[in-house]
Design a protein around this ligand. Structure first.
Ligand code: ASP
Length: 363
């Protein structure tokens, strides 16, 4: 199955919901109120739900990946899917599932978010995140954080405990302190691999920058040198609510307070119960310019396109401008899509049957 083809979480649970909604068996009288209540409870309990995550798109090729490294990525992504499933299967809110999964990925050094974030040109780490509740259209976003261990949790506090949508830098961290959010010494974010990546990028810059083609092929570089590594989650919960979240360290060697799409609502993250939930990864500048996450939602809402088609077209548009990356999206019926225009994207999904499925490469 191709990545942008139509997929759906229904399975056995969906069939059971349909059965629960059927009228009483032929020949019997209308169901008694107690029976109706039981039926309604059963239908609610069995409602389909879906959870989709990504750990960044980029030049990720099977031939260049070691088995150990691949196993580590698979384990981390599966862990995040299980964390989301654990919340959703007991009927918990999608926002809890999104935050639980993203926090795990932020705590893993494998991804460019939280621990493992890339370095700025000055050798610091500046973290961005956003979250959106499709039921209320409320959203929270943070950017330029240097001490917040789990930016996604702060984004949620901005959404739920402030009248604002976006906070940046020192102000955002003052809010974090006020709310008792866990702060860490900036050294916490240091990883050798990201530090070396910054040194290579600086060296390339001194030599006039890498040729675009070599970037695409990832020639002679570590297997995921040109992988974005941002993390994200989108979800349909049992109450029928959609939610989305994204967290990132941004781009290696960024400077001047550069902020990408990840904390920009409508660019890197969007959710509406009327349409879908979306989280993006890729060259942030292109995703901002084409308002990718909201474009997918608008194509579903105003263009009446199926989700997979809307998602595919949005990624194609980024590609036409010269940008690379991908997205994950899920709609209110449980259809989901994971298109990307790079050689790979760390991604996975789980539905009511509870079997997490992780994919990495295009093929
Ligand atoms: N989209 C992110 C940014 O531009 C990077 C990524 O996806 O890894 O900051």
């Amino acid at each position: 199955m191709t990545d942008d083809s139509r997929r759906k979480f229904l399975g056995r649970a969906g069939a059971a919901v349909l059965a629960a909604g059927l009228p009483a068996a032929r020949g019997s009288a209308a169901p008694a109120p107690a029976q109706r209540r039981r039926g309604a409870r059963a239908a609610r309990a069995l409602r389909p739900f879906g959870f989709v995550i990504h750990g960044g798109a980029g030049t990720i090729e099977r031939a260049r990946m070691t088995p150990e490294r691949e196993a580590a990525y698979r384990a981390a992504l599966e862990g995040a899917l299980r964390a989301g499933f654990e919340v959703l299967s007991r009927g918990g809110p999608g926002l809890d599932a999104v935050v639980a999964a993203i926090r795990l990925l932020e705590d893993s050094p494998l991804f460019n978010a939280g621990k493992g974030a890339v370095f700025t040109s000055e050798g610091t780490n500046e973290l961005d995140a956003s979250i959106m509740d499709g039921r209320t259209l409320k959203a929270g976003a943070v950017a330029g954080l240097r001490h917040v261990k789990n930016p996604i949790s702060l984004a949620r506090l901005v959404m739920e405990q402030s009248p604002h949508v976006m906070m940046v830098g020192d102000g955002a961290e003052a809010f974090a302190r006020q709310k008792g959010v866990e702060l860490v010494d900036p050294k916490y974010f240091f990883t050798e691999e990201r530090w070396e990546q910054l040194q290579r990028r600086k060296e390339e810059e001194r030599r006039g920058g890498p040729p675009r083609a070599s970037r695409r092929r990832g020639d002679a570089l570590p297997p995921d040198e040109w992988k974005f590594g941002t993390v994200g989650a989108v979800c349909l919960d049992r109450a029928g609510n959609l939610s989305a979240g994204t967290s990132t360290g941004g781009m290696t060697n960024k400077r001047f307070g550069r902020v990408g799409d990840s904390p920009i609502i409508a660019a890197g993250t969007y959710a509406s119960n009327e349409t879908c939930a979306v989280s993006c990864t890729g060259d942030g500048e292109y995703f901002i310019r084409t308002a990718v996450a909201h474009s997918v939602s608008a194509a579903v809402e105003f263009g009446r396109l199926p989700l997979a088609e809307a998602a595919r077209l949005a990624v194609e548009k980024v590609g036409r401008l010269g940008g690379t990356g991908g997205l994950i999206a899920i709609d209110r019926r449980g259809n989901f899509a994971m298109p990307f225009n790079t050689s790979g994207m760390y991604r996975g999904h789980v539905g009511p049957e509870g079997e997490p499925r992780v994919e990495i490469y295009r093929d």
